[in-house]
Design a binder for this molecule. Structure first.
Ligand code: XIL
Length: 350
């Protein structure tokens, strides 16, 4: 029996068992391409060097219709100490997306967590800080115009517990509201067709943070900032109460803008309550099902993309925090897990 057939039977057994339906032994069940089941883009984040691995590249091309650079389109990679920009890896991801007929999603332009030396040491007497930010945003957005469907223009603006907006190099230099105005207007000018997002996390588990995020969105729209979409990262964990994700998407959809469920993963260790791996994976599957069904229930014009933050468990950033974590749709060998079956079933049921 070929490796692939063994994989199909094992994977489908795991998947169907998790959905309460025992597999018909020896009855291989195809691993349907997720993007073939969805009427909206299904995305994942990728890293450029891994695209040289055929197993990684094949999994991305088979199941996904949109790619987000996990970190190579962030300032921490692009902006050099002398203020120059390097695009080699972002270009490699863009080339792969173009070759496979996939959309690219730009992540991210301004982020409190990235304060590169090239900006920190800027000599204000020679070039205004605002001019340097406009230049950077224009260089990034114009470079991928026509391939990037949208951009996270400002990432994670709300403080952890939702009591306000984060302080950062960008807010200090441009003002809390000014940072949005400068970045969004420069991005709009560089690619008028791109959907421009604000993006944040833990909205489904911290009501105060969701409220503050929604207040910010109202403010940006009131002030005429060209905000075109709302990102909900959806980094969560298997003990998240059922219904939290659906309620959050419903609240955010109230603005009538496109929604990007932008970075979903479901930690099976962060909650800390479950000693039982099988139980954690079943709860994980149910949360992925809830998310994809709630996203699919949005009005079509608001379904921007459903993006997971990585493909195989081994690829997840969460592994660096706890090597035992299994947050994604495919196991370390790239075999579909119960979470994959839950997403596929959720897409079929829409
Ligand atoms: C993370 C990446 O996954 C890591 O590889 C990197 O070291 C740090 O950033 N929210 C975001 C993402 O918007 O950009 C973060 O990605 C995860 C949290």
């Amino acid at each position: 029996m070929s490796g692939l057939s063994r994989r199909l039977i094992l994977a489908s057994g795991l998947a169907l068992a998790a959905c309460g339906r025992e597999p018909a032994l020896g009855q291989p069940i195809a691993e349907p391409p997720l993007k073939s089941l969805a009427p909206f883009p299904i995305g994942t984040c990728v890293r450029a060097p891994e695209l040289a691995d055929p197993a990684y590249a094949d999994l991305a091309a088979r199941h996904f219709s949109q790619l987000t650079a996990e970190w190579e389109m962030k300032m921490e990679y692009v902006v050099q100490p002398d203020g120059s920009f390097r695009f080699d890896r972002a270009d490699a991801i863009a080339a792969f997306a173009r070759q496979k007929g996939m959309r690219l999603f730009g992540h991210t332009l301004l982020w409190y967590a990235n304060e590169p030396e090239g900006f920190l040491k800027l000599d204000e007497s020679r070039q205004s800080f605002e001019g340097a930010v406009r230049n950077y945003v224009t260089a990034m957005v114009a470079r991928y115009r026509g391939l990037a469907s949208g951009w996270d223009v400002v990432n994670e603006p709300v403080t952890e517990n939702g009591e306000g907006l984060r302080e950062s190099l960008w807010s200090r230099k441009l003002g809390q509201t000014g940072q949005f105005k400068v970045a969004f207007e420069a991005a709009k000018a560089a690619d008028p067709a791109a959907v421009l997002f604000v993006n944040d996390y833990h909205l489904e588990s911290r009501p105060a943070k969701l409220r503050r995020y929604m207040q910010l969105i109202e403010q940006l729209l009131r002030e005429g900032v060209p905000l075109g979409g709302i990102g909900c990262q959806t980094h969560c964990w298997s003990e998240l109460p059922a219904g939290s994700i659906a309620a959050t998407l419903k609240a955010l959809a109230g603005f009538g803008l496109p929604i990007h469920l932008s970075e979903m993963d479901v930690s099976t260790v962060q909650g800390g309550m479950l000693a039982n791996r099988a139980e954690a994976e079943q709860r994980q599957a149910r949360l992925y099902a809830e998310a994809v069904e709630a996203f699919a229930a949005l009005p079509e014009r608001q379904q921007f993309a459903f993006t997971v933050w990585g493909m195989r468990d081994r690829d997840s950033w969460l592994k660096r925090e706890n090597a035992a974590d299994t947050p994604l749709l495919f196991d370390d060998l790239g075999r579909p897990k119960p979470a994959f079956a839950a997403v596929a079933d959720g897409l079929r049921r829409r």
